[in-house]
Design a protein around this ligand. Structure first.
Ligand code: ATP
Ligand code: MG
Length: 208
């Protein structure tokens, strides 16, 4: 097909388009009809590319927009600024818990990291047991599991026993295999390019 054909509105092309759209519509309608279960979800945003935490905060904004209660637990990056947190923290429906130890490669202390992790996990566990909390974000928790600061079975049990209407979003690279298996929706951010690898500094309001 030439470029000209693709922009043409010949009767033939219009007919083909209509029949393709009809097929698509019946396919989509059937899928919508089949998706009849409604409950809270478990979502995982993982992979090496940029966008995991941003997507989580986007969903936080979405839920707050309807007046739902939301809890965000930030593992690892407590010392970092975070524009979304600054913007949304005044919302009475948002609760934020922060593990204020910074990056593990800064602290280099397994014992104090583990203690800080357990402290913030206590708050996460409380949120995961609260039926009034519609959405819980466990940002960067995958590293806690990877480093062994947090036991996977503890997290799994809390996730399995959470209220049926509660949605949980987990972010971070190297998501645990079993976590991926139990999740409803898993998105892998694929790094095609990242400016950082070309010497570009993390930018305020864009990267944090
Ligand atoms: P964001 O917070 O921008 O959504 P992210 O949550 O997907 O990113 P993290 O692995 O949590 O990514 O990275 C934290 C910081 O590192 C952010 O400032 C982010 O922009 C930046 N970053 C993300 N991906 C990469 C990458 N592939 N290389 C270097 N820096 C990255
Ligand atoms: Mg992140």
């Amino acid at each position: 097909m030439t470029d000209r054909d693709s922009h043409s509105s010949s009767p033939d092309r219009n007919t083909r388009h209509k029949s393709a759209m009809q097929k698509l519509k019946s396919h989509v309608d059937a899928k919508v009809a089949a998706a009849d279960e409604e409950r809270g979800l478990l979502l995982v945003f993982t992979g090496n590319g940029k966008g995991k935490t941003t997507a989580a905060w986007g969903t936080v904004t979405r839920a707050l927009g309807y007046g739902y209660r939301v809890a965000v637990v930030q593992f690892i990056k407590g010392l970092w600024e975070c524009g979304e947190r600054e913007r949304l923290v005044a919302d009475d429906n948002l609760e934020v818990a922060i593990m204020a130890t910074g990056f593990t490669w800064d602290t280099q202390n397994r014992e104090s990291d583990t203690a800080a992790c357990h402290e913030v996990w206590e708050q996460a566990a409380r949120m995961l047991a609260d039926p009034d909390v519609y959405l819980v974000v466990l940002d960067e928790i995958t590293y806690m599991l990877k480093f062994g600061y947090l036991d996977f079975d503890t997290v799994r049990t809390a996730l399995e026993n959470r209220p049926a209407e509660q949605t949980v979003i987990i972010t971070g690279r190297n998501a645990h295999r079993e976590l991926v298996a139990m999740a409803d929706t898993v998105t892998e951010m694929n790094e095609v390019k990242h400016g950082f690898n070309n010497g570009l500094k993390a930018r305020r309001g864009i990267d944090f």
